[in-house]
Write a protein that binds this ligand. Structure first.
Ligand code: TRP
Length: 331
């Protein structure tokens, strides 16, 4: 089916959580932009707006969160001409394929999904809905509908791609080969910690947002946790345990060595170091700011971009469903 010199299809997806933070950037967006600019791949960017409902049936903010999220994607360099951006909810083939795939996996297998177990524990939920149990089946439909060959995800999502692989194999064995068995591409960066060293997360309030104004970033940085043993300005510090140093490594690599040296010797105090770190992050974000502000004020345009992506994604989705119905001899 896929010709030798054809680009490989990458399917990446995210739930619409609203504005993006630097953890999202380092853990996902940065990798997506890099893959988009490689000649080997064609990217499809899915907005998992139905997946949101698995843990929260309140749908009031889904569209606003989608537009905020996509404004950030566009600002950091996702090119919607090259890589269609589209919502699961607007392409009906997702629900159609989801239904067919749901017959090809057992309830027991879905109950063993470690990501689900963790979520239930975190959310303190006792009873799981049918839809939540089927989360990975919908995700499999997301990937398989575009005959995705590569799925870039963080480690927490790897079990879902594994389930997708099982379902794809099962379909091919039952009805004939339609689907590639997709490969997981683990993103190569460890998660960027938040300002309190825990995982960066909006619900904890330890984030730096891509859309934060400069002064806000300077202010937030002053609260960041450093080496607890470095109390006075000239105490020698340990960059390897310091959160601010982790940020320097990522956003200020040119000065990394000098900062480590002067921290260890006690010549560089934390306040000065944090100021330099905030300046480096601001410089890093500068090229994104103009676009970010533009889209924040032109939400209609963002929606138009998504709708256009949906048109193009829908063509592939329809083609796949024709192949599915043919293979099943129900077309
Ligand atoms: N489950 C993914 C997450 O929480 C989002 C997602 C939905 C996804 N469908 C996908 C990711 C398809 C990759 C491919 O982050």
């Amino acid at each position: 089916m896929s010709k030798k010199n054809q680009k490989k299809r990458i399917l990446s997806g995210m739930r619409p959580t609203g504005k993006m933070h630097l953890g999202n950037f380092v853990g996902a967006l940065e990798n997506w932009v890099e893959l988009q600019n490689s000649s080997k791949y064609k990217n499809y960017h899915l907005i998992a707006d139905y997946h949101v409902l698995t843990t929260d049936t309140n749908s009031d903010h889904i569209l606003d969160n989608t537009l905020d999220m996509i404004s950030d994607w566009l600002a950091v360099g996702i090119d919607p001409e090259k890589s269609p951006i589209f919502r699961q909810s607007q392409i009906k083939e997702h629900t159609e394929l989801h239904l067919i795939l749901s017959m090809l996996i057992t309830k027991a297998r879905l109950e063993r999904n470690p990501t689900l177990k963790e979520q239930l524990k975190d959310l303190n939920m006792e009873n799981v809905t049918y839809g939540h149990l089927g989360y990975p089946v919908l995700q499999a439909a997301d990937i398989m509908l575009y005959r995705g060959e590569v799925v870039p995800v963080g480690e927490d999502q790897a079990p879902h791609v594994e389930i997708t692989r099982e379902i794809a194999r099962r379909f091919n064995k039952t009805y004939g080969k339609v689907f590639p068995v997709p490969k997981t591409k683990l993103t190569n960066f460890a998660r960027l910690p938040g300002l309190d060293r825990k995982k960066m997360s909006k619900s904890i309030g330890n984030t730096i947002m891509i859309s934060d104004p400069k002064e806000e970033i300077q202010k937030k940085m002053m609260k960041a946790i450093t080496d607890p043993q470095k109390i006075r300005l000239h105490d020698p510090g340990r960059p390897e345990v310091c959160l601010v140093f982790t940020y320097h490594q990522k956003f200020n690599p040119d000065e990394e060595e000098e900062i480590a040296k002067n921290c260890r010797s006690g010549d560089l105090g934390c306040v000065e170091c944090k100021k330099r770190c905030a300046a480096a992050i601001n410089e890093f974000l500068d090229p994104f700011r103009e676009k970010r502000n533009y889209y924040a004020e032109n939400k209609d345009e963002v929606l138009d971009i998504i709708r256009d992506g949906e048109k193009r994604a829908r063509e592939v989705a329809r083609e796949t469903m024709d192949m599915v119905h043919d293979a099943m001899k129900i077309g």
